[in-house]
Design a protein around this ligand. Structure first.
Ligand SMILES: NC(=O)c1ccc[n+]([C@@H]2O[C@H](COP(=O)([O-])OP(=O)(O)OC[C@H]3O[C@@H](n4cnc5c(N)ncnc54)[C@H](OP(=O)(O)O)[C@@H]3O)[C@@H](O)[C@H]2O)c1
Length: 244
């Protein structure tokens, strides 16, 4: 299988290593120098490519998606920060009948974790003895807080536990109401990301914890997603890949 890397920064390079390790061929690499405004992505340059993997910047990702779709090629998108344009992208995907897959977090582990949490939340719904909370910590330089992943996990708890109807991600400065789901974030040092979900009752406590060790988990997830997307058409997320 042939892939093209669009964006050759920290993630692009990590994806290259993982892809080669899984026997894939990286036949093209695009960065700002050969692809300003998406001009490098043409029918000719993508001729041999089965799936493109995109980890670039929010300012250029939509141009890249449009250019790849114009060539009728499938694309996996890891770049974040463009989700206000999801409808526009869905339209592009439909119009050009390509396969498209995106995820704010490609880590296989975190996607499996999210499904475990979602299942646990459904189980907990009828046992009102149990309260729930989400906690996450990341290195002090992380730009967003709470993390997008923590909010996604919190939303899936809300879907499962009908008595939780509101995410509280700010400091409460008082008691937390029973319908609120607290998402607590801390930022310090150079720690790798940790997401934890706790279901707590007076009798006991169940903790589910995911700890990232490095970036290779994201890269592996993106490559697995590209393998899965080969030959498919339609709009997908990692939930479609990690399924029973
Ligand atoms: N979904 C996930 O699981 C996940 C995980 C980690 C990171 N991310 C996201 O992935 C993105 C990239 O992260 P990173 O750490 O790899 O960033 P990075 O090291 O800054 O790399 C960004 C790359 O984009 C390239 N680029 C800029 N304009 C381009 C264009 N028109 N066409 C092709 N490439 C272009 C840059 O090229 P030059 O070097 O030539 O400037 C650079 O190689 C970010 O949005 C980050 O939030 C997502």
């Amino acid at each position: 299988m042939n892939i093209a890397l669009i964006g050759y920064g920290k993630m692009g390079k990590e994806v290259e290593q993982v892809a080669k390790g899984r026997g894939l061929t990286v036949s093209k690499v695009f960065d700002l120098h050969n692809n300003s405004g998406g001009v490098g992505l043409t029918g000719e340059s993508l001729k041999k490519v089965d799936v493109c993997i995109e980890f670039s910047t929010p300012g250029v990702v939509i141009d890249n998606i449009a250019a790849v779709a114009g060539c009728g090629k499938n694309i996996v998108v890891g770049t974040t920060g463009w989700y206000d344009k999801l409808d526009q992208v869905k339209k592009i995907v439909k119009e050009h009948k390509i396969g498209f897959l995106y995820a704010p977090n490609f880590s296989l582990g975190i996607n499996i974790f999210a499904q475990v949490v979602s299942h646990a939340a459904h189980l907990m719904d009828r046992y009102t003895q149990y309260d729930a909370a989400v906690m996450e910590h990341h290195h002090r330089g992380k730009v967003d807080s709470p993390s997008g992943t923590a909010l996604t996990i919190a939303s899936s708890i809300l879907q499962g536990m009908k008595r939780k109807t509101e995410i509280l991600s700010e400091t409460s400065h008082g008691p937390i109401k029973s319908h609120q789901l607290h998402v607590a974030s801390s930022r310090f040092g150079s720690v790798t990301g940790t997401h934890a979900v706790v279901f707590d009752s007076e009798a006991d406590s169940i903790e589910l914890v995911h700890t990232a060790k490095n970036r290779s988990g994201f890269a592996l997830g993106a490559v697995v997603a590209a393998e899965w997307l080969k030959g498919k058409r339609g709009f997908y997320t990692m939930r479609d890949v990690i399924t029973l």
